[in-house]
Design a binder for this molecule. Structure first.
Ligand code: PEP
Ligand code: MN
Length: 348
């Protein structure tokens, strides 16, 4: 883990005891920054919005007791002022804030003359220019120590990840800003513990500079993001399992690595679409059972195939290839509908 930057700590600071217990668990590990959200931007009103400034002395205590540097999310000038006063060592701008240039500018203005490290999370939607723009606003305010955090993107219909990684976007960001370290946040990409190791390994394979991982002493009881947090012990185990390559190509990935990352991403999207497609087949199977219809509706199938081949032709796809793909999809769809029908019969 020698040259990897590690940021770890709870999604939210909940209590003094929870913050200190997490820090204690992380103290023996090579953690560069202890994170804890003090002000939490929540999508739905009524959810826990963070303990607020009450939690800042807990971070000071983490530094004093365990010698860890601390960081927290800031979303306005008051947060910046409070965090600076409490001696927080690094600040990050959350994904929802990065989407708003007015807010980013306010934060940049309030940081003028204060050369604290600042990490900028990618905006919630896949917009590279907005991410770059936020970094540039901070750079113009004189912030020299900037980092980018890749936390994935909200994409409608995404089923596997909480936030789709869309790996090509951080790769494009690095190529535009090779001097800015790129940190991966597998927690907010995955949304669930069992995906964290794979996402982190992908980040290492793409020569990312570090990881930000949410860590909680009792993850299932966490007040926010319970499903994605790890205990400090589980984090240690996950990090030990990562394969780190010695030879990095530096900031700019070569063409092959970047194309392969894009292929992996597209293949994954295809698999997710297949899963959705088969979900539709199941639903249509139920309708057919209820209406006493045969599974094969040949006229509909012929029309569907012709329509899809025509769409494929417009995109320059080989007709024979596409016909094979749709015939295979149709066969799989028939099998699913047959099992729906069998279940229907058994249930009678
Ligand atoms: C967080 O880090 O807890 C957080 C709110 O993240 P994001 O801004 O990436 O959603
Ligand atoms: Mn979180």
């Amino acid at each position: 883990m020698e040259d990897m930057l590690l940021i770890a700590g709870p999604c939210s600071a909940e209590s003094r005891a929870q913050v200190l217990e997490t820090a204690k668990g992380l103290a023996g590990m090579k953690v560069d920054y202890f994170r804890a959200g003090i002000w939490k931007p929540r999508t739905q009103p009524g959810a826990f919005e963070g303990v607020g400034r009450t939690g800042l002395p807990w971070l000071t205590e983490v530094s004093a007791t365990y010698g860890l540097k601390t960081c927290t999310e800031v979303a306005n000038a008051q947060h910046v002022e409070d965090a600076l006063e409490a001696g927080v060592d690094m600040l990050w701008i959350g994904a929802r804030t990065t989407t708003n240039p007015f807010q980013v500018q306010t934060i940049a203005d309030s940081l003028a003359g204060v050369n604290l490290p600042v990490a900028v999370k990618n905006p919630t939607h896949p917009d590279l220019a907005l991410w770059s723009g936020a970094i540039e606003r901070l750079a113009r305010a004189g912030i020299r120590n900037l980092m980018a955090v890749h936390r994935g993107f909200a994409v409608h219909g995404q089923v596997k990840y909480r936030n789709a990684p869309l790996w090509q976007i951080p790769i494009d960001f690095r190529n535009a800003h090779p001097e800015i370290p790129m940190i991966n946040d597998p927690s907010h990409i995955s949304g669930r513990r069992d995906l964290l190791a794979d996402v982190s390994q992908m980040a290492m394979d793409l020569a990312f500079d570090g990881l930000m991982v949410e860590t909680h002493p009792d993850p299932d009881a966490a007040w926010t993001d319970a499903a994605q947090q790890l205990t400090p012990a589980a984090l240690k185990e996950m990090l030990a399992g990562l394969v780190l390559r010695q030879v990095k190509e530096g900031a700019v990935l070569d063409g092959l690595a970047s194309l392969r990352a894009e292929i992996n991403m597209v293949d994954e999207a295809i698999i997710e679409l297949f899963a959705r497609r088969m979900g539709m087949s199941k639903a249509i199977g139920k309708h057919k059972v209820e209406r006493g219809m045969t599974i094969l509706q040949n006229k509909r199938w012929q029309e569907l195939l012709a329509m899809n081949l025509e769409k494929g032709q417009q995109l320059g796809l080989d007709a024979a290839f596409l016909a094979d793909v749709f015939k295979a999809v149709h066969q799989a769809s028939i099998s699913i509908q047959r099992s729906v029908m069998r279940e229907g019969r058994n249930g009678e």
